[in-house]
Design a binder for this molecule. Structure first.
Ligand code: NAP
Length: 304
């Protein structure tokens, strides 16, 4: 049983609001490596039983430099986890009909268990039509309305990878999330909204902020858990952070010197109890959860 007379524990229970803290780092890179190794072992066990290696098809349309890097990393990780990677690189002038025809082909291919179409797409292609064309059983990004609906109903199957990765990082803190006030900045379909659903499922009290939110700083100051998904370098000031908070920085930006950085001022680490670094926090976890979803999809298709 905990001894509340222990001064270390007392300090943890009653942190002084103005005491300078140094946050513990939520190391997504190391955790993602661990998950990748676990997934690789589970894939090897499947293969030993005569089941197919999970296959992930990654579709890239055009030559967006950032997308090319993301796609390269996804393919590299897929192979490192002992899964099969299928590459489809299409030219920037690909029509929507051509992309939809490729998706139909991949939907019907028994070697392909997961399909990922890298966003953004060129302007002649409607991303929603593309997302909805992917078989929900192969929708390893978790963006199809069917999979989002499952998450709304607290019965998720394939979960959007970035919020799923954030939940895995939160679990790593060992802190009980029940009843905590979680504040999310950003309400996009791929990060903010599914993140809110994940945190609700974990029984947090959730506030979602966006560009029309009034007194953003005042709301963030109440956050026991803060998830920043704005896309603006150092947007969240260090003095907005509640002492002892858990800070998950989803942002992936370039600062004035061209360095990769998050949405949160790095000095937030002096107040938070836990914080994710950028790079090396949420980014690698997004890819790890994509592979976890690919294995889940393959397992579901085994029994289909
Ligand atoms: P997004 O679609 O552009 O959404 C940004 C959100 O921030 C919107 O909801 C917007 O509000 C809100 N916002 C913008 N300015 C604001 C302000 N002044 N005050 C309050 N809210 C404001 O971006 P996203 O796709 O969600 O991505 C967000 C960031 O995460 C980007 O840096 C992206 O690169 C990064 N990201 C990283 C990963 C990863 O794996 N690490 C994955 C996905 C995204 P409105 O809705 O009102 O416009």
């Amino acid at each position: 049983m905990a001894d509340d007379r222990n001064p270390v524990r007392l300090a943890a229970l009653h942190p002084k609001p103005d005491t300078a803290m140094s946050a513990r780092i939520l190391d997504g890179k190391t955790l993602a490596e661990r998950l990748k190794a676990d997934l690789g072992a589970r894939v090897a066990a499947r293969v030993a039983l005569g089941l197919p290696r999970p296959g992930l098809a990654v579709v890239l349309v055009g030559e967006n430099a950032a997308s090319q890097i993301y796609v390269r990393n996804k393919r590299k990780f897929t192979e490192a986890a002992n899964m099969r990677s299928f590459s489809h690189d299409l030219s920037a002038d690909t029509s929507e009909a051509e992309l939809l025809a490729l998706i139909d082909k991949l939907n019907a291919d028994p070697l392909v268990h997961g399909i990922l179409v890298q966003l953004p797409l060129p302007k002649q292609i409607d991303p929603e039509r593309v997302t909805e064309r992917i078989d929900p059983a192969k929708d390893v990004d978790g963006f199809h309305p069917y999979n989002i609906g499952r998450l709304v109903l607290k019965r998720p199957i394939l979960r959007p990878c970035t919020p799923y990765g954030c939940m895995r990082l939160l679990a790593e803190t060992g802190e009980d999330l029940v009843g905590k006030h979680a504040v999310i900045i950003g309400q996009s379909n791929i990060v903010g909204r599914p993140m809110a659903l994940e945190l609700l499922m974990a029984r947090c009290t959730v506030t979602v902020c966006h560009s029309a939110t009034r007194d953003l700083a005042g709301i963030v100051r109440q956050a026991d858990v803060l998830v920043a998904a704005v896309g603006k370098a150092y947007f969240v000031a260090a003095d907005w952070i509640k002492p002892g908070a858990i800070v998950i920085d989803v942002g992936m930006n370039r600062d004035a010197e061209g360095r990769l950085c998050g949405d949160v001022d790095r000095r937030a680490a002096e107040r938070a109890a836990w914080i994710t670094p950028v790079p090396g926090g949420v980014g690698p976890m997004t890819i790890a959860m994509l592979l976890a979803n690919t294995l889940t999809a393959a397992e579901l298709q085994d029994s289909a």
